[in-house]
Write a protein that binds this ligand. Structure first.
Ligand SMILES: NC(=O)c1ccc[n+]([C@@H]2O[C@H](COP(=O)([O-])OP(=O)(O)OC[C@H]3O[C@@H](n4cnc5c(N)ncnc54)[C@H](O)[C@@H]3O)[C@@H](O)[C@H]2O)c1
Length: 341
């Protein structure tokens, strides 16, 4: 079944807005549902201008009683569910609130989808927090799931509900277990977007604060590649039932590597005069510009995921390498004049 009408929850956020842009480009009618708790309407300006009446936005909270009626009235054939509480530290401080948005919100959406006759639901899960401290590297989708944080647990619970709806209600449900996504529009005020935070501080010539020793690793993936992965499920008929896919590059990159690569990208782009680029690696001439703080609660030491399954089944693989991705990110932050603190 071809997708013609899609709902994107969390479409005013970082990843969601890139996905909305890509859907609009394909001529798909889109309704964005978002409570604007961390997202912003600015992220949707491009889609709105391009799509005209084929684009709608509704400010709504996932657990609102109105949700089912809104989904039913639009009757989408596909729902992309990206709205979430995605701050690991906040999930540790307030697990009930995390569960309310990420578990109850997901269940309410799935139920609304069932009542509306929606066939496909795609869910943004986490490849970084679902496996826990890994036993093997990179983790495939068969790796045991043992989340260290309430955030990882709530994402896993969401997947189990997708599995139930896929099995018992004949829907096609898919979890994309995303690596550490970065790129333009990522909010530097969050705690998860290390690239956005460091890029902003670098452009502001501020000290970079690293949580832990900086040797923790992640699988970094550029946002347009993630949007492309979601698009893989638009047109083909994958039957019913649930499947999880890792979406990453399969490469293990430390926070210190990111700091180094960002500095190189900034030099390459001549974003800052050479002599004002702080030597931000520890032990460098000016290592005062890097600060190390305590590791975050619930944070994993090493995370890297295998993208082989989606590559072999759907021919998706990341196209943007780290260097290109960081350059594009820095350039876009510079163009927007991002100076958020
Ligand atoms: N950014 C990453 O590296 C990453 C990694 C793995 C998974 N994910 C997942 O991808 C999704 C999108 O993440 P993002 O980085 O774009 O974050 P984001 O905060 O930019 O986007 C989330 C969006 O959801 C909205 N939202 C939050 N709670 C809501 C609620 N209760 N009702 C309605 N709207 C609500 C926010 O306003 C925001 O627009 C999330 O599900 C996140 O868990 C992100």
């Amino acid at each position: 079944m071809k997708t013609q009408k899609a709902i994107v929850t969390g479409g005013a956020g970082f990843i969601g807005s890139h996905l909305v842009d890509a859907l609009v480009k394909r001529g798909i009618e889109v309704l964005v549902l978002d409570d604007l708790s961390s997202g912003s309407l600015e992220n949707l300006e491009q889609a709105k201008a391009e799509a005209g009446t084929r684009f709608q936005f509704k400010e709504i909270e996932l657990c609102s009683d109105e949700l089912s009626d809104v989904v039913g009235a639009f009757a989408p054939d596909t729902i992309f569910h990206l709205a979430a509480q995605m701050n690991v530290r906040r999930s540790v401080e307030d697990p009930a609130e995390d569960a309310r948005t990420n578990i109850e919100g997901t269940v309410r959406l799935l139920e609304a989808a069932r009542l509306a006759g929606t066939h496909r639901v795609l869910f943004s899960s986490t490849g970084g927090a679902i496996y826990g401290e890994q036993e093997s590297f990179p983790a495939t989708e068969e790796h045991p799931t043992s989340p260290k944080s309430p955030y990882g647990l709530s994402k896993r619970a969401g997947e189990l509900y997708l599995d139930y709806y896929g099995r018992d209600h004949g829907m096609r449900t898919v979890a994309l277990r995303l690596g550490n996504v970065y790129g333009p529009r990522q909010n530097p005020k969050g705690e998860a977007g290390v690239v956005a935070i460091f890029a902003t501080r670098l452009l502001n010539k501020e000290t970079l604060r690293i949580n832990g020793d900086g040797r923790q690793t992640r699988d970094f993936v550029y946002v347009s590649d993630v949007a492309e992965a979601f698009l893989k499920f638009l047109d083909s008929d994958h039957g019913t039932g649930f499947t999880a896919y890792n979406i990453g590059c399969g490469g293990e990159i430390s926070v210190l590597d990111i700091v180094d690569a960002l500095r190189e990208a900034a030099k390459e782009l001549k974003i800052l005069p050479q002599d004002t680029i702080p030597d931000i690696l520890p032990g460098g001439e000016n290592d005062l510009s890097t600060e190390f703080g305590p590791a975050l609660a619930g944070e994993q030491l090493r995370s890297v995921i295998s993208p082989e399954k989606i590559k072999s089944e759907l021919n998706w693989s990341a196209k943007v390498n780290l260097r290109q991705g960081l350059e594009r990110t820095l350039r876009s932050f510079l163009e927007q004049g991002v100076r958020a603190k």
